[in-house]
Ligand binder design. Structure first.
Ligand code: ADP
Ligand code: MG
Length: 323
């Protein structure tokens, strides 16, 4: 049976809907990613599911039962935020034990197990203020999982961390949610994070859920050019131009920069408009006859400068079909 159902939920502030007629469902053990730009209504939707916002319209259901009127603390859901909101004057173990104490089921063994789960075995007696940002978020995750919530709601839990740490924690988060069989909703504005953590992704723009599917489906077939741009596709090609990069294309195609690769012996000639150094090679702007200007990449082995004539190949993995 479906775990969570959100049906036609609308939440407005001063007459303006922040969440507009949103419907979605989450299966038991599934991680649903909600991906959208800042201000698109993600947090408001999450707070509505938690029971922290009153709905203008719609219904929240759990295992088929209408829980719209059930108060926050009786839903059995846990929330985790960007800033883990730990108790600064308590130790790591005391922070993790807190929900167990509230539930009347304190257990040192459970705390030890949770510490191991989040990769902090032996950290129990440390002060949380002595931990790094990433370690603090691991503690917050352990605390959120302590009482085995029926649903874990994660609101940009990695956003305050630096990039490398974020990538590592995203992988760990996926593993931990999987190992514990936790049903979860993971809110983020970061495409890579959504892809890394979620079983299914729902794209939210302007308070409206615009597209839902597996990460692979959503990236292969964005529902519109606007969604494609949000997903990191920087160029949209139509008609003949689309068929230059994807001969079988029926309609428009969208290209991420990685779709156009400067490559010795590539099938198509291009002129470099500009080249900007990047961590691994360079980001280039290319003029391609029959297509126009597109973003592309060049590897560090192929340094290029504005005005150079080069050849390019197209990488199908970074090209999506548009409707
Ligand atoms: P996101 O989490 O995607 O960044 P939010 O849900 O926080 O988006 O906000 C969606 C919209 O609702 C924004 O325009 C925001 O300003 C507005 N909003 C959110 N919370 C409140 C509130 N408590 N009062 C008034 N406006 C709000
Ligand atoms: Mg938010």
């Amino acid at each position: 049976m479906t775990a969570l159902t959100v049906s036609g939920v609308t939440v407005s502030f001063d007459g303006t809907p922040a969440v507009d007629d949103v419907s979605l469902s989450v299966e038991p053990g599934e991680v649903l990613g909600i991906l959208g730009p800042s201000g698109s209504g993600k947090s408001t939707l999450l707070r509505s599911i938690a029971g922290l916002e009153s709905l203008d319209a719609g219904e929240i259901g759990w295992l088929g039962e209408n829980i719209t009127a059930v108060p926050v603390h009786k839903r059995g859901f846990a929330l985790m935020f960007q800033d883990g909101q730990l108790f600064p004057h308590r130790s790591v173990a005391q922070n993790i034990a807190y929900p167990l104490r509230i539930a009347g089921t304190p257990s040192r063994a459970r705390v030890t197990e949770l510490l191991a789960l989040v990769g902090l075995a032996g950290f129990g007696d440390r002060r949380v203020t002595d931990l790094s940002g990433g370690e603090q978020q691991r503690v917050a995750l352990a605390r959120s999982l302590a009482a085995e919530p029926r649903l874990l709601l994660l609101d940009e839990p990695l956003s305050s961390l630096d990039r490398e740490l974020r990538e590592r924690l995203a992988g760990d988060l996926r593993r931990i949610l999987g190992e514990t069989g936790t049903t979860a909703i993971f809110v983020t504005h970061d495409q890579d994070e959504a892809f890394a953590v979620s079983d299914r992704v729902a794209v939210m723009v302007g308070g409206v859920l615009r597209q839902t599917g597996t990460p692979a489906d959503v990236w292969r077939r964005p529902a519109s050019a606007e969604i494609a741009r949000f997903l990191g596709y920087t160029t949209v090609l139509e008609g003949e131009a689309a068929r230059v990069v994807r001969p079988m294309a029926r309609g428009a195609v969208a290209l991420r920069p990685a779709a156009v690769v400067v490559s010795a012996g590539g099938p198509v000639a291009a002129t470099v408009v500009r080249s900007t150094p990047a961590v691994d090679g360079s980001r280039v702007r290319l003029a391609v006859p029959g297509i126009g200007e597109v973003d592309g990449i060049a590897s560090a082995q192929h340094p290029v400068s504005a005005g150079d004539t080069v050849t390019v190949r197209f990488d199908d993995d970074a090209i999506a079909d548009l409707p």
